[in-house]
Design a protein around this ligand. Structure first.
Ligand code: CP
Length: 303
């Protein structure tokens, strides 16, 4: 039952609940102006920069007829005077029917949901989870592949700090995927996620060379090296350009292959890929609006 439930980790939703969100997202894509939330107020609290997540959430809220309060610049809030996250959330709970929050610290969203008297949606907490990105990624996989089962997925780039790959790995594990992890040694998929896959009997391989996996995958999930998570910027400089996908590299890939990226990109997908019909990342970002409409409407119990 999704109504009144916080969405903090993708594991908070069952397989059936994820499928229900995807089904509803398709419904909202077909009919995006449904003012189901007239009279509701939603708080959009972004303690960390965002373009897509915040704007697609706020587009979703507007399309649903809700009103929005919040901030996108933490420096314009009383956090700068020393107000705690606990006090901020307790107070905003009294103003809004739902809180959408992005925060740089892992665990901040869970903590906020424990303080709040209204549901909280995690819009990304540090290197931990980004569950709404995962649901829009799954909607994108469903739309491009026609199903979610037995998909071969390559995850490329920053698999250590990339919260989107952590959430997607857990969600897709409900659908018997095969994963190919491509990363430099410094940014390999953390052991805890590999243990999770081993325990569930899900196949995965690890590589340093992206070309080894390109011919066999259905989904190529590129990621940005997360500069903001590095304590040592010299190490960031060393690994930042490890992978660059160029159009010529897609020549011998499967017909159904689609290139996904949560965006923003900073060089890991060359712009000559954009015109290739296999490039799906901008449509993927658009899918975020319909998916977030589905999530909000479900949690507020109007769908
Ligand atoms: N995909 C994503 O989270 O993008 P933003 O950081 O721009 O929100």
């Amino acid at each position: 039952m999704i109504k009144n439930k916080s969405l903090i980790s993708i594991n908070d939703f069952t397989r059936d609940e994820m499928l229900r969100i995807i089904e509803l997202a398709a419904d909202f894509e077909a009919n995006p102006n449904q003012r189901l939330l007239e009279g509701k107020i939603i708080a959009s609290l972004f303690f960390e920069p965002s373009t897509r997540t915040r704007l697609s959430f706020e587009t979703a809220m507007n399309r649903l007829g809700a009103r929005i309060i919040g901030f996108s610049d933490v420096n314009a809030t009383s956090t700068t005077k020393g107000e705690t996250l606990k006090d901020t959330i307790k107070m905003v709970s009294n103003y809004a029917d739902l809180i959408v929050m992005r925060h740089p610290l892992e665990g901040a969203a869970r903590y906020a949901s424990e303080q709040a008297s209204v549901p909280v949606i995690n819009a990304g907490d540090g290197a931990n989870q980004h569950p709404t990105q995962t649901l829009l990624d799954m909607f994108s996989i469903m739309k491009t592949q026609g199903h979610l089962d037995n998909i071969k997925i390559a995850m490329v780039g920053d698999l250590k700090y990339g919260r989107t790959v952590h959430s997607l790995l857990m969600a897709m594990s409900q659908f018997n995927p095969t994963f190919h992890f491509v990363a430099p040694d410094e940014l390999k998929m953390p052991e805890e996620y590999k243990t999770f896959l081993r325990d569930k009997g899900i196949s995965f391989t690890e590589h340093r060379d992206m070309n080894e996996v390109l011919p066999e995958v259905d989904i190529l999930y590129m990621t940005r090296v997360q500069k903001e998570r590095f304590s040592d910027l010299i190490e960031y400089e060393r690994v930042k350009n490890t992978y660059v996908l160029r159009n010529s590299m897609l020549a011998d890939t499967k017909e159904n292959l689609r290139v996904l990226h949560p965006l923003p990109r900073v060089g890991e997908i060359a712009t000559d890929v954009d015109a290739n019909p296999k490039a799906y990342y901008f449509k993927q970002a658009e899918n975020g609006v319909y998916t977030r409409m589905a999530i909000i409407a479900s949690i507020l119990g109007v769908k």
